[in-house]
Design a protein around this ligand. Structure first.
Ligand SMILES: *[C@@H]1O[C@H](CO)[C@@H](O)[C@H](O)[C@H]1NC(C)=O
Length: 456
C-alpha cells in the first residue's frame, strides 16, 4: 500500500473514533440523563432546570446523611395526584421534568425528625455544595407540660437556597397521641426576612398535625423520591392540619388557683373519659365524620389541658352536613347504648350515649350565615332551646393522648357558651339557663313527641 494511502486511512480511523467517543460522551452527559437538559435553547438556565438541579443536589446530600425524607410539596403532589391520563399528557409534552418542576420558587420535603440524629456535618456539607442555609428552631412542645425552663430548642425547619431556589425541610416529630407534629415557622430578630418568599411556603404559617403517612419509594423525573402512598389523602390532610398547642402555662396557673381533684373517683372519671374519647374517635374516623370537643370538654382542654372532673360527661360537636344515619349503629357496635335522641336531622338533632356511667353527648351544629347553632330539648316539656356561636373552623389539638379537633377560635367559642367568666370553675350549671348563648326556641308539637323525644 502506498504510504500516502496508509496515512489517509489512519486519519479516517482516528476521525471516526473521535466522533464515536464524542457521541458516547454526548449520550452519557445529555441524552441519557433523566431530567431536563442543563441548558435551554437560549443557553440560559431555565427556572425548571434550576429547580430540578437543586432538588437533585439536595437529594444526593440527603441520601449521604441518611435523612428519612418524603416529598411534601403540595404543588408537586397535586401534579402527581391528577388522573393518569393527564399525567401521560404531561409526560408526552415535557418528557424530562413533569412533577418536580412546579415553577414555584420552593420545593418542600418533610423529615422524620425522630429518626435523625442532629448533625452539624449535614449543614456544613450543604454549604460546601453551595447552599445557603437558614435554620429555624423553637421550643420542644413535648416538654411544655413539664414545668421546665430548659431553654433547649429543637430544629423545626431548614431552608436551603441554591441559585435562588428554596428547599424547605419540615421537621416532623412524634407526639404522644401517636401522630406527627411540625412547628410554626417564626423568624427571630436579626434573621433575613428576604431569604425566601415566606408567604409562599406551604408549611409553617401554623403548627400542623398529621397521621403517620405510609410512604413509597418512587422515581420522579429521574430522581429517587419517597412520597405518601395515598397522595390525595395526604393533600386533603395538609389543608386541615393546623394544630393548636394547649396553653400549658395558663393551665398551670389555673391549677394553682384551683387544684385538681385527685380523689380516686376523679382519677377514675378521667380514665373513663379518656377511653370514651378514644372510642368516639375510633368509631367516627371510618365513617369520615369529623367531630370536635364541645361545651365542658372543650373548656377543660382550653382552661386546664385536661378534663373537668365534676363535669360527668363528654361533649362533642358534629356539623349536621356530616351526619350519617349509621352513626347510631356504629356507636352501638362499639359497645355504647343510646340513651336519648332528640330532634331531627332538619332541626336540633342531639344524641346521647352511655358507656359505663359516663355520658357521651353528641350535638349537631347547624350553619346559618355567620353563625352556627345547636339545639336542646327538654324531654319533660318538649321545650326547645338554641345555643348560638360565632362561625368557626376546626383545628387539631391534643387531649388525653388523643389527636382531636377543637374550634380554632376556641376563646370566642367558649366565651359565647360560658361568658366572660369562663375561667372560673362553676359547679352548678343548668343547661337551660346558665349558658350565655341560650335562647328559647318554642316547643315541639305534642303530636311529634314520640318521634322527636326518644328516651331509652
Ligand atoms: C386515598 O384516600 C382517600 C381518602 O382520603 C380514599 O377515599 C381513597 O380510597 C384512598 N385511595 C387508595 C388507593 O387507598
Amino acid at each position: 500500500m502506498p504510504r500516502a494511502h496508509r496515512t489517509v486511512l489512519w486519519l479516517l480511523v482516528a476521525c471516526s473514533s473521535a466522533f464515536l467517543l464524542f457521541q458516547l460522551y454526548y449520550f452519557r452527559n445529555y441524552v441519557s440523563k433523566p431530567g431536563p437538559h442543563i441548558l435551554s435553547r437560549s443557553g440560559h438556565l431555565a427556572p425548571s432546570d434550576v429547580q430540578w438541579q437543586t432538588v437533585k443536589t439536595f437529594l444526593a446530600l440527603a441520601r449521604r446523611y441518611e435523612l428519612t425524607l418524603f416529598l411534601a410539596d403540595t404543588a408537586a403532589l397535586t401534579l402527581l395526584s391528577h388522573d393518569a391520563l393527564r399525567q401521560r399528557d404531561r409526560l408526552v409534552r415535557e418528557p424530562h421534568c413533569s412533577f418536580l418542576c412546579t415553577n414555584r420558587p420552593i420545593t418542600t420535603f418533610a423529615l422524620h425528625a425522630n429518626l435523625w440524629k442532629y448533625e452539624a456535618g449535614f449543614l456544613l456539607a450543604a454549604e460546601q455544595k453551595g447552599f445557603e442555609v437558614m435554620e429555624l428552631r423553637g421550643d420542644d412542645p413535648r416538654l411544655a407540660s413539664l414545668d421546665t425552663l430548659s431553654g433547649n430548642q429543637i430544629p423545626l425547619h431548614f431552608l436551603l437556597r441554591l441559585h435562588g431556589h428554596i428547599i424547605q425541610v419540615v421537621f416532623l416529630y412524634e407526639r404522644s397521641g401517636n401522630y406527627l407534629w411540625h412547628g410554626a415557622l417564626r423568624l427571630k430578630p436579626g434573621m433575613d426576612r428576604r431569604f425566601a418568599s415566606f408567604k409562599r411556603l406551604d408549611y409553617g404559617r401554623h403548627a400542623g398535625a398529621y397521621d403517620r403517612p405510609e410512604l413509597v419509594l418512587t422515581v420522579l423525573d429521574g430522581l429517587d423520591v419517597r412520597i405518601p402512598r395515598n397522595v390525595s389523602r395526604f393533600l386533603s390532610e395538609q389543608k386541615h392540619a393546623r394544630f393548636l398547642e394547649c396553653r400549658h402555662r395558663d393551665a398551670r396557673n389555673f391549677l394553682q388557683l384551683y387544684p385538681d381533684d385527685s380523689s380516686p373517683e376523679a382519677v377514675e372519671f378521667r380514665r373513663k373519659v379518656k377511653s370514651l374519647l378514644h372510642l368516639a374517635a375510633r368509631t367516627l374516623a371510618p365513617l369520615n365524620i369529623p367531630f370536635w370537643l364541645s361545651s365542658g370538654t372543650c373548656l377543660g382542654w382550653f382552661r386546664q389541658c385536661s378534663v373537668i372532673s365534676y363535669s360527668r360527661d363528654v361533649d362533642i360537636g358534629i356539623f349536621i352536613a356530616d351526619f350519617r344515619p349509621d352513626v347510631i349503629a356504629a356507636f352501638r357496635t362499639a359497645g355504647l347504648s343510646l340513651k336519648h335522641k332528640f330532634g331531627k336531622v332538619e332541626d336540633s338533632l342531639e344524641l346521647s350515649f352511655l358507656s359505663e356511667d359516663v355520658k357521651l353527648d353528641v350535638f349537631f351544629f347547624y350553619e346559618d350565615g355567620d353563625i352556627v347553632w345547636n339545639g336542646g330539648t327538654q324531654a319533660r316539656s318538649g321545650r326547645k332551646f338554641k345555643y348560638v356561636f360565632p362561625g368557626f373552623s376546626l383545628c387539631w389539638a391534643e387531649l388525653l393522648d388523643l389527636k382531636v379537633r377543637v374550634p380554632c377560635e376556641t376563646l370566642d367559642y367558649l366565651s359565647a357558651n360560658y361568658g366572660p367568666m369562663w375561667s372560673v370553675p362553676l359547679r352548678s350549671w343548668d343547661w337551660k339557663t346558665s349558658p350565655s348563648n341560650v335562647q328559647e326556641n318554642g316547643a315541639w308539637p305534642v303530636a311529634e313527641w314520640a318521634e322527636l323525644i326518644q328516651v331509652y
